[in-house]
Design a protein around this ligand. Structure first.
Ligand code: NAD
Ligand code: WQD
Length: 382
């Protein structure tokens, strides 16, 4: 019998790609998402990609009663916890919200797991836990710190889980520190969501290529890097998804906790990203040279060797593939939006927990581009 895995935040950018990778690897997967930063059509898209029915619940991870019901319905072997807020600018503006959704929700999830005897978890961490790195490439044993409330919330999450694994033999924890996820599924059916703007480079470059923004601001052109712009370790989201399958396998088969970087170990500059996107999309991408952005570092890239040694993980896809798939996603999304927007739909906004796979496929698809009702009810009922 195959293992059953809960993906919190499974309708989001990284969660949805990981869903596909897990189904391809033979796992049964259940999604819980409050759709605060993802579209309700994502389960439909996942159904199209995998050819299998999707089980997805609309619920908030911090709603212990809803989570208890979901855990009582399915016999989970492990959890992959993606659900979190991720926008650094928003975390600086409203830190309390970040501790509610990233920290309190994780505690709730850990308690629910304990009540239902689920003791394996993969946690979405981030290179942000290295703060301002002292040396490059960054190994996992580099000093940890934070430069904003989002970073602090990720660091606290790691510490909670490490303490749990130490104090409770049997608990197995996989902490994955992502560098800069980019790109989309090659089908163009899933990608980075449109609802909140975290200020990340590639989605903004895509918007300029789509003529939704007039130009991209390059923050800093006087760094000590070859072209003067900032360097980051962009990693294709499909590579990242495969890293989760490997991490989960290690937890389930060997009960071995681990903390690893997921990056390519290779840096690309802001200008590399812009030029590559221009070449792939065939669109001109105008830019303005601006002062450095507060809190940015000149360069950040991973030492990926521990992930290779421990998990056998190696990111394969290059920057051109990240830009190509991102562009395919933008084009598909734009065309899909125009196609679906014609159909009116009134949704049951009073419900806080909806098992999405009980709705007919066509109806589910219609909900999305019509009225963003999930945004409205997310503020109320959840
Ligand atoms: P995302 O916003 O696309 O996905 C997160 C999903 O979680 C969304 O679908 C959102 O609706 C859902 N969600 C948020 N709070 C929830 C809650 N309380 N209950 C239920 N669902 C909730 O983000 P992503 O880029 O896929 O990031 C996934 C994880 O990876 C996050 O934990 C993030 O901190 C981490 N991470 C992301 C990046 C990045 O650059 N994208 C880098 C490092 C780490
Ligand atoms: C990349 C490069 C910018 C936007 C952030 C979070 C981090 C993690 C990943 C979640 C930098 C430059 C950007 C723009 C630009 N997220 N840039 N113009 O800052 O490495 O990391 O996302 O865990 O926590 O801090 O990524 O995509 O914002 O920036 O010139 O409009 O692009 O200065 O050099 P970053 P980013």
């Amino acid at each position: 019998m195959s293992a059953t895995i809960l993906l919190t935040g499974g309708a989001g950018f990284i969660g949805s790609h990981t869903y596909v990778a897990l189904v391809n690897a033979g796992y049964d997967v259940v999604i819980v998402d409050n759709f605060s930063n993802s579209d309700l059509c994502v389960p439909d898209q996942l159904e199209l990609i995998t050819g299998c029915p999707v089980t997805a619940y609309r619920a908030d991870v911090s709603d212990a009663a809803a989570m208890d019901r979901i855990f009582a319905t399915h016999d989970f072997d492990a959890v992959i916890h993606f659900a979190a807020k991720k926008s650094v600018p928003q975390s600086l503006a409203r830190p309390q919200n970040f501790f509610d959704s990233n920290t309190t929700a994780l505690l709730t999830l850990m308690r629910v797991m304990e009540r239902h005897a689920v003791d394996a978890i993969v946690y979405s961490s981030s290179a942000t836990v290295y703060g301002k790195p002292e040396a490059l490439p960054i190994p996992e044993h580099a000093p940890l710190s934070y430069t904003n409330p989002y970073g602090l919330s990720k660091l606290i999450g790691e510490q909670f889980l490490n303490q749990k694994a130490r104090g409770k033999p049997g608990w197995a924890v996989g902490i994955l520190r992502y560098f800069n996820p980019a790109g989309a599924h090659p089908s163009g059916l899933i990608g980075e969501g449109p609802l909140s703007d975290g200020g990340n480079l590639m989605p903004l470059v895509a918007k300029v290529a789509m003529r939704q923004l007039p130009c991209i601001d390059i923050y800093g052109h006087d760094y000590g890097t070859p072209d003067g712009t900032g360097i980051r370790d962009y990693i294709h989201v499909c590579d990242l998804a495969e890293g989760h399958v490997l991490s989960l396998g290690r937890l389930l088969q060997r009960r071995r906790s681990h903390t690893v970087n997921l990056g390519k170990g290779q840096g690309y500059s802001v200008l590399d990203v812009i030029k590559t996107y221009e070449a792939i999309s065939g669109q001109r991408i105008p830019y303005r040279l601006r002062p450095r952005r507060a809190g940015d570092v000149a360069a950040s890239f991973a030492d990926p060797s521990l992930a290779e040694g421990v998990l056998g993980f190696r990111a394969q896809r290059d920057l051109a593939e990240m830009c190509r798939s991102s562009w395919a996603w933008e084009m598909e999304r734009h065309q899909g939006q125009k196609r679906i927007c014609a159909v009116p739909f009134k949704a049951p906004a009073h419900r806080s927990e909806v098992q999405i796979d009980q709705m007919p496929l066509a109806l589910r698809t219609q909900q999305i581009w019509q009225v963003p009702w999930h945004k409205k009810s997310a503020q109320g009922a959840l």
